[in-house]
Design a protein around this ligand. Sequence first.
Ligand SMILES: Nc1ncnc2c1ncn2[C@@H]1O[C@H](COP(=O)(O)OP(=O)(O)O)[C@@H](O)[C@H]1O
Ligand SMILES: Cc1ncsc1CCOP(=O)(O)O
Ligand SMILES: [Mg+2]
Length: 278
Amino acid sequence: MTTALLTGTPSTFFKGSPLIQCITNEITCESMANALLYVNSKPIMADDIREFPELFKQIDGVLLNLGQFSVAREEQISQASHYAKEHGKPTVIDSVGVSVSPLRRKLVIELLKNEPEVVKGNTSELRHLVGLASLGRGVDGHESDQEKEALLELGKALGQLQKKYPKTTFLATGKVDLIVVEGSLILLENGVPELDQLTGTGDVVGAIIASLLAQGETIQDSTVGAVSYFNRCGERAKEKCEEPIGLESFKYHLYNELSTLYQRNDWWTSIKGVRYES
Ligand SMILES: Nc1ncnc2c1ncn2[C@@H]1O[C@H](COP(=O)(O)OP(=O)(O)O)[C@@H](O)[C@H]1O
Ligand SMILES: Cc1ncsc1CCOP(=O)(O)O
Ligand SMILES: [Mg+2]
């Protein structure tokens, strides 16, 4: 199973020390910076566009998160996407809250023209992005959008979108995570429901994808690797909690796992998922 899901050598994941430029939201910014440090990466959250010409020569990967939208943030994200393209830096777009207003969807569609490696969001966000009915509220996904039929409908729609933007991989997160990569579909099944109850879990997954891309892993390995690593950390964190599970304890164990699990040379053996060829 894992040979089909990960094509490279997972023992090398998280062993580089890439510098990741993140333009993100104030709510989860610190969690994201810590999560990157915990997986051996270096975060920088630099959002003054006057620095971009110099900065983008130095960084290894880019994470652009739409969580807190503003006139200034829109300009920062657009400029960052432009410089990432110019300097060939792998880029992840997190379409957080894309259904909040048409402004966010318009920006994501515009950013697709710069061929980002990955566009992600929770399942409800990606349903909205492709024009399907979505029950997401604010930045949170809805369980109904994650049911099997809704997920397959989304997989088909993302497959169509990928025909227009073939260089971009799409990731929809939730109970089951869906990846559309090079016309093929991957479903991943690790994780625990508590991950949906902490803010910033999707944001952190986006940053870890950027980190793996920046270390030279393929788009498929970076996406599968980041989601599955994070979700395995969630599973192990839950095992360490007493019932009933206090979410602060869960969070404590989750971030401890993030900083330690990759050091074990077998973390990937418990990845659950399947890849359907196109
Ligand atoms: N019900 C669930 N069961 C297992 N894993 C989940 C569940 N909900 C979310 N996750 C995992 O938590 C992470 C964040 O996903 P999600 O909550 O969809 O993103 P966001 O925080 O952007 O809304 C992903 O790795 C996803 O697989
Ligand atoms: C609560 C909130 N509001 C704007 S961004 C944000 C955090 C979203 O984090 P995630 O996408 O990981 O749920
Ligand atoms: Mg999100």
